[in-house]
Design a protein around this ligand. Structure first.
Ligand code: NAD
Ligand code: WQD
Length: 337
């Protein structure tokens, strides 16, 4: 089976490429490199022992997508491509709707034209908005608190209409919780440009001495230690969730939303401690005010993924932190060499 990964050179796409190749899929990566580098292709070849076809292109280029789907005889698409920074989306909503919503419309037009009707979409737990109950299951009402989240919600709803219009479509919207960690080789991982927005890359840079201290956004939440609680999921578990979703769609039609999370919540202080343990380094921090828009706690009910996809996360918090640290160290060595 031939699978196109839009956004395939990005953080989650590159890890999914490894898992899909190792599960026997043929994989083609498609990315405009706006938030990744083609240097990852060499690393992927090192890990998998084979070169991976790559097309540099934008998902809004419908013609290029149509020719790519035909040339590589694509059977299914995993759609990672998009912008993902919540704060930036508030400042540049048009860019977010253009890349995420318009990009998906373009992909759907190309898929329709090429008669490719199997799609796995990178959705997010952000579509649940402010949690009304925990753990979050797929029946929790959806809403958006920022343009990024709204773009994901618009796409999910569009995809539901598409699936309802033609029974040939099989679509899985995978609602990721908080992806962290890296491939065990340390060769690929999350490498954000500039100041990291997310907790884990920030902590890793503090542990590595690249940043002086972490700001903990609020210690007065109604959680066990007062800091925010999230469902961190190892990116390799997440990647395996995509293989499971493709297997599910090979026998199923229609639209499906599925949480990919562990069901466990860890606080910011838990994460600091776990990275300190994995790295043997101290992570200095200071408590500052809450970050606007943050919720106290957010974690998944992963039952549906177990039942429908026969998938569950198996890696521990220690695995997440050890692999993050290994990647951090290998990055440092490659910068020095
Ligand atoms: P990433 O930025 O590392 O990867 C996204 C890739 O898409 C990048 O390589 C970027 O160059 C590419 N891209 C962006 N716009 C494009 C366009 N118009 N045409 C072609 N390529 C384009 O991000 P990631 O963390 O790997 O996220 C992948 C997907 O998962 C995104 O859709 C994101 O919204 C979603 N997601 C991520 C998280 C997270 O915390 N990382 C959580 C939930 C959902
Ligand atoms: C985690 C916890 C912060 C940074 C975001 C998006 C979400 C999804 C995943 C894509 C929170 C605290 C963080 C720091 C801190 N992305 N924190 N100091 O906010 O759960 O989710 O990424 O879909 O849509 O909103 O993740 O890693 O930013 O924060 O104290 O420097 O760490 O307050 O409690 P979040 P995060």
């Amino acid at each position: 089976m031939n699978v196109l990964l839009t956004g395939g050179t990005g953080y989650i796409g590159s890890h999914t490429a490894v898992v899909l190749l190792q599960s026997g899929y043929r994989v083609v990566l498609y990315d405009n490199l706006s938030n990744s580098s083609d240097a990852v292709l060499e690393k992927l070849a090192q890990i998998t022992g084979q070169p991976i076809p790559f097309i540099k292109g934008d998902v809004r280029d419908t013609e290029l997508l149509i020719s790519t789907l035909a040339a590589h005889r694509i059977d299914a698409v995993v759609h990672f491509a998009g912008l993902k920074a919540v704060g930036e989306s508030v400042e540049k909503p048009v860019d977010y709707y253009a890349n995420n919503v318009q990009g998906t419309i373009s992909l759907l037009q190309a898929m329709q034209s090429a008669q490719v009707k199997t799609l796995v979409f990178s959705s997010s737990a952000t579509v649940y908005g402010e949690p009304q109950f925990l753990p979050l299951d797929e029946s929790h009402p959806t809403s958006a608190t920022n343009p990024y989240g709204r773009s994901k919600l618009h796409i999910e709803e569009m995809l539901k209409d598409v699936a309802a219009s033609d029974p040939a479509w099989g679509i899985a919207c995978l609602r990721y919780f908080n992806p962290v960690g890296a491939h065990e080789s340390g060769l690929i991982g999350e490498n954000p440009n500039g100041v990291p927005n997310n907790l884990m890359p920030y902590i890793a840079q503090v542990a590595a001495g690249q940043r002086a201290e972490l700001s903990v956004f609020g210690a007065d939440y109604p959680t066990a230690d007062g800091t925010g609680v999230r469902d961190y999921i190892h990116v390799m578990d997440l990647a395996q969730g995509h293989a499971a979703a493709l297997a599910f769609l090979s026998a199923t039609i229609g639209w499906h939303a599925v949480n990919l999370g562990t069901g466990k919540g860890y606080s910011v202080l838990d994460m600091i401690q776990a990275v300190e343990k994995a790295s043997g380094q101290r992570v200095p921090y200071k408590i500052v005010a809450r970050r606007a828009g943050d919720v106290a706690a957010c974690y998944a009910d992963p039952k549906k993924a177990g039942e429908a996809l026969n998938w569950r996360a198996t890696r521990t918090l220690d695995d997440m932190c050890a692999s993050t640290w290994r990647f951090q160290q290998s990055q440092r060595l490659s910068v020095m060499s």
